[in-house]
Design a protein around this ligand. Structure first.
Ligand SMILES: Nc1ncnc2c1ncn2[C@@H]1O[C@H](COP(=O)(O)OP(=O)(O)OP(=O)(O)O)[C@@H](O)[C@H]1O
Ligand SMILES: [Mg+2]
Length: 431
């Protein structure tokens, strides 16, 4: 029997011709189908498969309710469906800003829609981590969470402590905190928790009692959230081959006085992964030099960030920004991928836009956001973004897809979710 030429059948994006010839459809994510005609109910054609075996920077845009989180959900599902050999080399970390991705564990009830696409509902094995202080709350609500995410207090440097509480050097509390942390690090290395920081603040001989009390209040609040601990969650429990970890930071939206918490989580995890991955990449290189296979205990990492403009803002400082920009700029070599979803590309750092090699954009209407992504308009795209958005069907899930690797452009429709969609728009009716 002759080999089937898959390249004629489905559209593979993000992959070179060479890789397509070599790997065919292995290591791709089925994200949707190509739109073949115009109008509100267009004909759908070939499947769109996105390469996930190599590092990419994927930008997902679209106005509010446009389907960005849904599309992220589809992509996460696809990682769970990879072949076991590939899966064990890839680790997925999802930063969940709204607390909607725990529903990935639950199969979808939309059997009919899925059947039309030749798919069946499926619940996924994902690891959901939530703030330690909220664990009981989630469990009482019978939300299936797997455990807490905690950070090792001793690993935060002073700029990170300051970012956590949004302090600047003008704040006397920051000066006190800086002195205390430096002292603790000198005496205890990285092995101290928040209780030790509180005790050290109390004992500080130089500060006035008002400053001490103000800082103590902040630290006690942080202790209640259970974010900082002596040990902290190990990075290898988060980034493990074959594992999909959802870090639900939605609760921290209400963490008054600790507004920087989400940024610290992303910044610190990003930084740790960066350091560890660099080490392991060297180990891989050594194996290859010795003629051994490509294998190391550190998988390649896909980090997915919903509402990415919050961590990579254009004109504000953010503790996570530099780490993420580094991922964007040099991620190819160590094997980091980023999927950034945003409603406001105009607020996103321009490097995150210009460095993306796969652009998935649901409808956008705000002119400044369309302008922000216009810098991407490649020579192979004829016409303006305005026109593309105006002609895009208004139904859910349609998107423009730019693939810089193959210099191609498509209108696609995202496939339906296999898992329960946690992002369904709120509605005042109960039925
Ligand atoms: N491909 C799709 N098929 C069916 N329904 C979809 C699809 N994409 C999105 N939806 C539905 O559209 C609604 C909004 O989608 P989603 O939450 O993904 O939007 P969003 O772009 O993330 O919005 P926001 O900016 O508010 O976060 C949800 O109710 C979701 O179920
Ligand atoms: Mg969303």
């Amino acid at each position: 029997m002759a080999d089937i030429d898959f390249t004629n059948k489905n559209t593979i994006v993000g992959r070179s011709q060479e890789d397509i010839a070599k790997y065919k459809e292995d290591g791709t994510a089925y994200i949707g189908k190509v739109v073949m005609s115009s109008g509100e109910n267009p004909v759908l054609g070939r499947k769109v498969l996105m390469d996930v075996s190599r590092p990419h920077v994927v930008l997902v845009c679209g106005k509010r309710g446009g389907g960005k989180s849904y599309s992220l959900g589809v992509l996460i599902e696809e990682f769970a469906r990879l072949s076991p050999e590939l899966k064990k080399r890839i680790s997925v970390i999802v930063i969940d800003m709204v607390g909607i991705f725990w529903t990935l564990k639950i199969p979808s009830k939309q059997e009919k829609d899925l059947l039309e696409w030749g798919l069946t509902p499926q619940g996924l094995d994902v690891q959901i981590l939530v703030p330690k202080g909220k664990l009981d709350f989630y469990r009482e609500k019978q939300i299936p969470v797997d455990g807490p995410l905690t950070l090792r207090a001793g690993e935060l440097d002073i700029t990170e402590w300051m970012a956590l509480f949004r302090y600047t050097w003008h704040d006397t509390e920051a000066v006190l905190l800086g002195r205390v942390i430096e002292d603790l690090k000198e005496k205890m290395g990285v092995r101290f928790g928040i209780e030790e920081v509180i005790s050290a603040v109390e004992l500080d001989p130089e500060s006035d009692s008002l400053t001490k009390q103000a800082l103590k209040n902040r630290l006690e609040m942080a202790a209640q959230w259970g974010l900082l601990e002596k040990e902290g969650t190990k990075i290898k429990d988060i980034a493990q081959g074959g594992k999909i970890t959802v870090i639900d930071v939605s609760a921290y939206r209400q963490a008054i006085g600790m507004e920087g918490t989400k940024d610290i989580i992303v910044g610190l995890i990003g930084k740790k992964l960066f350091e560890e991955r660099m080490l392991y990449r060297k180990e891989e290189e050594m194996r290859l030099m010795k003629g051994l296979g490509r294998e190391s205990s550190m998988p390649i990492v896909w980090m997915m960030i919903d509402e990415a403009h919050m961590f990579m803002p254009k004109d504000e400082p953010n503790i996570a920004l530099n780490v993420l920009l580094e991922w964007v700029r040099v991620g190819r070599q160590p094997g980091w991928s980023l999927v950034l979803a945003t409603q406001r590309p105009n607020k996103l750092h321009p490097d995150a836009i210009s460095q993306c090699d796969i652009f998935i954009s649901h409808r956008m209407t705000a002119q400044d956001d369309i302008m922000a992504v216009s810098q991407l308009r490649p020579s192979y795209m004829h016409g303006d973004f305005d026109k593309v958005y105006a002609e895009m069907p208004k139904g859910k899930g349609y998107a423009l897809l730019l693939d810089d690797n193959a210099e191609s452009i498509y209108t696609i429709k995202t496939r339906p979710r296999l898992t329960w969609d946690g992002g369904v728009t709120a509605n005042a009716f109960t039925k």
